[in-house]
Design a protein around this ligand. Structure first.
Ligand code: MG
Length: 151
């Protein structure tokens, strides 16, 4: 897949125009996706020097994007169509906000398998949501046990 990835608020915390603190597992997950054959494009409001700073930040951590703010390294944005031809966007302004990077990886894997229902993916084994639910259930059960035993 061609995956367009936002920078501020997605790879690092939103401190634009400064570079914020790293968001846990963003770089690691993107490297893994790249190893698995996905093409990553940085898609950011940053331009010029600020865009280069974001690209350099990632490169220093070993993550080299195929292109930044364009479909191909050679694309001339002045004449190219406005639309980015990516299959997916990872952006903190997604509906529902930015999931954890573990969940993002899980969703992409599920989509690769042909699953398209986002809700189903979130509820499938291994997703953070499922783990949160399980943890909550544990505490509810614990509370019920305490109640039963008169604590
Ligand atoms: Mg953002």
């Amino acid at each position: 897949m061609i995956i367009a990835v936002d920078f501020d608020g997605t790879i690092v915390e939103h401190e634009y125009p400064k570079i914020g603190k790293p968001i846990p597992f963003a770089i690691e997950t993107l490297l893994k996706l790249q190893q698995e054959g996905h093409t990553l494009i940085m898609w950011s409001v940053r331009e010029g020097k600020l865009l280069q700073e974001a690209v350099d930040y990632c490169a220093k951590k070993g993550l080299k994007f195929y292109a930044a703010n364009k479909n191909h390294p050679e694309e001339d944005r002045a004449t190219a169509g406005r639309k980015l031809t990516s299959d997916m966007f990872i952006d903190d302004r997604n509906v529902g906000g930015l999931p954890s990077w573990g969940t993002i990886y899980h969703i992409i894997q599920a989509m690769e398998r042909g699953e398209t229902s986002f809700d189903r993916v979130l509820m499938s084994p291994g997703s953070d949501q499922r783990i949160i639910r399980r943890k909550r259930n544990f505490f509810i059960r614990l509370g019920e046990m305490f109640e039963r035993n008169g604590y």
